[in-house]
Structure formats: structure tokens, C-alpha cells
Write a protein that binds this ligand. Sequence first.
Ligand code: 13P
Length: 251
Amino acid sequence: MRKPLIAGNWKMYKNATEGAKLARSLKRSLRDVKDREIVIAPPFATLPAVSRAIAGGNIGLAAQNMHHQDEGAFTGEVSADMLLSVGVGYVIIGHSERRQYFGETNKGCLEKITKALGSGLVPIYCIGETLGERKRGRTFAVVEKQIREGLAGLSRTDAKGVVIAYEPIWAIGTGKTATPQIAQEVHARIRGIIKELFGAGVARAVRILYGGSVKPGNVDTLMAEKDIDGALVGGASLDAKSFSRIVKYVS
Ligand code: 13P
């Protein structure tokens, strides 16, 4: 069985003091959760403080991005080794905001995913269509291209280690969640593409998270769908009570 994974993407919110406070509070309220993997992704500058705050607990730490090279003259960038050195275990790659505002491409994502896997970081690879693409009936084609190009040439073992996050762009930060049926339909398609590329074993093992306005009020029905293995939560992960409730979804 795939262990559900609930991740909170803090985006560019919370300084080190605020982040550590939220993390301490989550550590307390989620300490008894054993059947779910819990991850929080604070901004780079606050990773050490948040890492200390969750030490010894059951919450994993993610970065929101990384560079694919080991080191070098890349001003403003952060390497996998730097992330590992402050206790990071996961890295979000290709978030739609990075694709939209920072020009990230599927090919660039593949380089980062490859580096993350080689370094022992779990990549959380984000894909999803815009509203215009959905209206034009392009959803499946868009996610298929993102998967084929972003995971091109990975071994089966490596592919198994990738977490995919389906985040329809029209649902991010808009309060417009995909219905469980819409999300399930795309998730099933994503699993089908993974099966074509890497075989049935990998397809069964890969976790596919849903992201886009996940809230305490809609998480239960989303998580009841058979191909939804977790959630990538933005806004609702910034509050201890609401993120805890999402982690403790009932389905
Ligand atoms: P919201 O939950 O705020 O819609 O954000 C989703 C997201 O982008 C998570 O990565």
C-alpha cells in the first residue's frame, strides 16, 4: 500500500521565528500520527530554524526548490548537499509558480529530479494545467508532456522514488478546488502514463498528491479517491489547526 503523504508548502510566508513557532505547534499536535507521512516546506532562509523545531519528531522537512549542480558560481542558488546539511529530506520541483515566474521547464526539472534522487532527497514533482488548457481539452496532453519530459530516462528504481503532485493551476490559491472526480480522473491518467513508461510495479508504488485549495473542509472527500495518495497544501498549511486537521483527514 502507498503511505499517504501530506505536505505543506509555505511558499514565501513566515520568518524564522514565526516558522519555528508553527513547526513546534505542528510537532505537538501531530506527534501521534503514524500512518501518514507529514512534510513541511518552509522558505530556504528559515530551514535551519524549522529543522531544529521539528527535530526528533515525525515531520519531514522539504525545500521549495534547488539547483541541480553540486556547487559553483550560481548566485542565489542552493545545492542538494546544502539542503541535506540542514536536515532536509524532500524537495519540491517545478512548482507552477516557479514555472510561471522563474521560467522553469520540464527539462530543467528533470535535471533537478535526477540530482535530488542521486543525493537521497525525495523529489516532489509538480505538474498541472492552466484554466485555458483545461477549457481547450488539453489537460491530459499537458500533464503527459510534463511527465514524459520531467521523468525522461529515469530508471525504474528512481521513478519509484519520485512523488508527483498534480496541481491544476486554476485551483491554486483561488479557493476553487478540483472536485474529487476531476482530480481522480487526472490522477488515474497520470498513473496510466507512469505504467506505460516504467511498468505496473512503479505505477502501483508512485504516490500522486493533489494540490490546489485543499482545506479541512474538502480533504476527506479528495482522499477517499483511489488514486489520490496525499495532498500538497498551500494556504491552509500556514495555520497549525487547519494543517493538523488536513493531516488527520478521515476517509
Ligand atoms: P493553495 O493550497 O493555497 O491553493 O496552494 C496550493 C499549492 O500551490 C501548493 O503547492
